[in-house]
Design a protein around this ligand. Structure first.
Ligand code: ACM
Length: 611
C-alpha cells in the first residue's frame, strides 16, 4: 500500500470513528462540516407512500431532540436545501434494503429504490443526531446494504407471557438496529399463547398455569385443586394489529407452533392429542422430561386433523412466507409404547421413532405448502430424513445448518454457542440464573457462513431469547442489549469491517441512548472474568481478565469490598489463595472510577468450577 493510500485510509478510519452507527454501514466517507438542524429544517418526501415515514421521522427526532420538524411533500428526485429529503427513486441502483445517505452543510438526503431502504436510511440518520441535545449532523456519504436478508430475533412468549404492547416495544428497538424479523415462540409446555378459533380450549386451558416463582425446573408441579392463574394469550385481532404495527417497521413476524414435542399446553387442553391420552396440567417450570407425555401422538390421524386446522388459522393470520413448526427436543419414549405410533410405523415402513418424526414433519410440510407456506424447523428435523423443501434453523451449533445447506436447503443460523440470548453474559455469581455462558465478545465473533458452505443457502442468522428465567420485559431487555447490537452488526455489516474496539466505542454511546429511552441493558461486559485453575499439586489459582481493553482490576481475599486501594491485578498473573481465605472479591475500574460490579464468590465455589 502506498503512503498516500495508507494516509487516506487512516483519515477515513479516524473520521469514521467519530460517528456511532450500529450496525456499521457498508461504506462511510466522512466530509468536512456539519448540517445543523433547527426549527426551519423541513422533512420533504417525494412519494405519497413515504408520508407516514416522513411523519415518523419527524416524531422520532422530536422525541429525542425536542425539535419539531415540519413534513412537506414535493415531486421529483432533487433535494431541497436546508431540509431532510426522503427520495424514493426506482431508477437508483441500491440493493434490497439498501440506501444512500448524504449529509452536507446544505442538506440531508436519503435515497433508495424502496420505502424499506429509506426506512433503514432514516435509522442511520437518527443515530447520527447527537444525543446530548446538540443539533449538528456530520457531513458524510453512506452507501449501505445488508450482508444477510434474514436478521432475526426470537422472543419466547410461552415460558413467560409478554403483552402486545411489550412486543411492540421490542419491535421499536429492533427497527433501530435494522433487524427485520421477529419469531414468536407461541407454544410450549408452559403455555399456548395464540387464539385458535376452532380449538378454544387451547387458550382457555392451555394459556394458564399455576403461579410459581423461583428457579425454573426446580419448581413444584401443579397440586390437586390448585388454580391456574399465571398466563395470557393473544387474540387473533391483537395479532393482526401487531402484524400491522410490525409492517410499519418493516419487520416480519414468524409464528412458531412447536410440535410434535414441547406440546404439553395443547395436550393439557385436548388430552387426546398425546399417545398416553392422560390428563396433564400446563407446566409451571417443574422438572418433567420423559415423565409427562408432552409429545403429540404421531400415530393417530386425529393429530394431523388437529394440526391441519391449527395451521389453516395460523396461515390465514400471518402473512410471512414461513411458518416455524419447532420440531426440537421431541421426547419419543411414549411413541415406542403407543399402538397407533407402532401401526403408523409399520404401515409406512418406518424403521424407528426418528423416521416417525420425519414422517410427521413431511406431512406438515405438505400441509403448509397447500396453504401457500414454507416450513422452517429446528435442526432436529434432519433426524430420520429432511422433508423435501424444509428450511432449517440450526441451534445445536452449526452442524445441522451445514448438513442442511450441503443438501441444498435454506438455513438460518442461530447456534446456541453464539446466538442464545438466554445464556449468562457475565459471572454466574452475580447474574440471574441461566444455562451456560455467552459473553458479548462471543456474540460479536459469530460467523453465520461456515467454511466450505455455499453462502447462498444461508439466509442469515437469529438471536433467540428463551424466557424460562426471564419473567419480565425489563429482564428481556437486560438479556437483549447490548448482545443484540453485536448480532445486528454480524448480520448486517460486511465481515471484514468487524472491529471489536470500535464496536465497544459505539456500544457505549448506544447504551446512553438506551438509558435515555428508559430501555434496560446489561453492563456485564465491564465486569472481571474469573478464570480458576489448579496447579500440578492441586492448589487453586485465579487468573483475571476483562472483555474490553483499558480496565483496571482490583481484588481482595480478606472479606473486604475491593476498591482502588486494594491489590491491583497484573495482567496474566496467577493468584494463589492465601491460607484460610474463604471468599474472593473482584471489581473493575476505568480512569480511576468504578465501572464493573463487585463479584463476590466463595473460594470453595471457585474450586468447583475447575473441571
Ligand atoms: C431449542 O433451543 N430447543 C430450539
Amino acid at each position: 500500500m502506498s503512503t498516500t493510500m495508507f494516509l487516506s485510509c487512516l483519515y477515513v478510519l479516524l473520521a469514521a470513528q467519530s460517528i456511532n452507527i450500529i450496525p456499521q454501514p457498508q461504506k462511510v466517507e466522512m466530509k468536512k462540516g456539519f448540517f445543523v438542524l433547527n426549527e426551519k429544517t423541513s422533512i420533504y418526501f417525494n412519494d405519497q407512500q413515504l408520508k407516514s415515514l416522513a411523519n415518523y421521522t419527524s416524531a422520532t427526532i422530536k422525541s429525542f431532540n425536542k425539535l419539531q420538524l415540519h413534513v412537506k411533500s414535493r415531486n421529483g428526485t432533487k433535494s431541497n436545501a436546508k431540509s431532510i429529503n426522503l427520495i424514493l427513486d426506482p431508477k437508483i441502483n441500491t440493493a434490497k434494503e439498501g440506501y444512500a445517505l448524504s449529509v452536507s452543510s446544505k442538506e440531508i438526503s436519503i435515497k433508495a429504490n424502496t420505502s424499506h431502504g429509506l426506512f433503514l436510511g432514516v435509522q442511520s440518520l437518527f443515530q447520527l443526531i447527537p444525543i446530548n441535545g446538540d443539533r449538528k449532523v456530520p457531513s458524510l456519504l453512506i452507501e449501505d446494504e445488508p450482508r444477510f436478508a434474514w436478521r432475526g430475533l426470537l422472543l419466547d412468549v410461552s415460558r413467560h407471557f409478554f403483552t402486545i404492547d411489550e412486543v411492540k416495544h421490542l419491535i421499536d428497538q429492533m427497527a433501530t438496529y435494522k433487524f427485520n424479523l421477529l419469531q414468536l415462540h407461541l407454544t410450549d409446555d408452559q403455555g399456548w399463547r395464540l387464539e385458535i378459533k376452532s380449538y378454544p380450549e387451547l387458550t382457555k386451558i392451555g394459556a394458564w398455569r399455576v403461579p410459581r416463582t423461583g428457579l425454573w425446573w426446580e419448581r413444584e408441579c401443579p397440586q390437586e385443586g390448585e388454580e391456574a392463574t399465571y398466563g395470557g394469550f393473544y387474540t387473533q385481532e391483537e395479532i393482526k394489529d401487531l402484524i400491522k404495527y410490525a409492517a410499519k417497521y418493516y419487520i416480519n413476524i414468524l409464528p412458531e407452533i412447536d410440535v410434535p414435542g414441547h406440546s404439553l399446553s395443547a395436550i393439557a387442553a385436548y388430552p387426546y392429542l398425546s399417545s398416553s391420552g392422560l390428563k396433564y396440567n400446563v407446566n409451571p417450570g417443574c422438572q418433567f422430561y420423559g415423565i409427562d407425555d408432552n409429545s403429540l401422538c404421531a400415530g393417530k390421524e386425529s393429530t394431523y386433523e388437529f394440526l391441519n386446522i391449527v395451521f389453516t388459522e395460523v396461515a390465514e393470520l400471518f402473512p410471512f412466507e414461513y411458518i416455524h413448526i419447532g420440531g426440537d427436543e421431541c421426547y419419543k419414549g411414549f411413541w415406542k409404547k403407543c399402538e397407533d405410533c407402532q401401526k403408523r410405523m409399520k404401515d409406512n415402513g418406518l424403521k424407528d421413532v426418528n423416521e416417525l418424526q420425519s414422517y410427521f414433519i413431511k406431512r406438515l410440510e405438505k400441509m403448509l405448502k397447500e396453504k401457500g407456506k414454507k416450513l422452517m424447523g429446528w435442526d432436529e428435523i434432519l433426524e430420520g430424513g429432511l422433508a423435501p423443501n424444509a428450511s432449517v434453523m440450526s441451534w445445536r451449533g452449526m452442524k445441522g445448518g451445514i448438513a442442511a445447506a450441503k443438501a441444498n436447503h435454506h438455513v438460518v443460523m442461530s447456534p446456541n454457542g453464539f446466538a442464545y440470548l438466554d445464556l449468562y453474559q457475565g459471572d454466574p455469581a452475580i447474574e440471574p440464573p441461566a444455562y451456560s455462558m455467552l459473553r458479548l465478545n462471543t456474540v460479536y465473533a459469530f460467523e453465520p457462513v461456515p467454511v466450505g458452505v455455499d453462502s447462498s443457502f444461508i439466509l442469515g442468522g437469529q438471536g433467540n431469547l428463551w424466557t424460562e428465567s426471564v419473567p419480565t420485559f425489563r429482564q428481556a431487555e437486560y438479556m437483549l442489549w447490548p448482545r443484540s447490537f453485536a448480532l445486528a452488526e454480524v448480520l448486517w455489516s460486511p465481515k471484514q469491517s468487524r472491529n471489536w474496539t470500535d464496536f465497544i466505542r459505539r456500544t457505549e454511546e448506544h447504551l446512553q441512548r438506551l438509558s435515555k429511552a428508559d430501555i434496560n441493558y446489561a453492563r456485564s461486559f465491564y465486569d472481571a472474568i474469573i478464570i480458576p485453575s489448579k496447579d500440578e499439586k492441586g492448589n487453586l489459582l485465579i487468573q483475571l481478565s476483562t472483555e474490553i481493553e483499558g480496565l483496571e482490576i482490583y481484588y481482595t481475599f480478606d472479606n473486604t469490598y475491593p476498591d482502588h486501594y486494594s491489590p491491583l491485578y497484573k495482567k496474566e498473573e496467577k493468584l494463589a489463595i492465601p491460607k484460610d481465605a474463604d471468599t474472593f472479591r473482584v471489581i473493575t475500574y476505568r480512569d480511576g472510577k468504578q465501572i464493573g460490579r463487585i463479584i463476590t464468590i466463595l473460594i470453595a465455589d471457585l474450586a468447583k468450577r475447575v473441571k
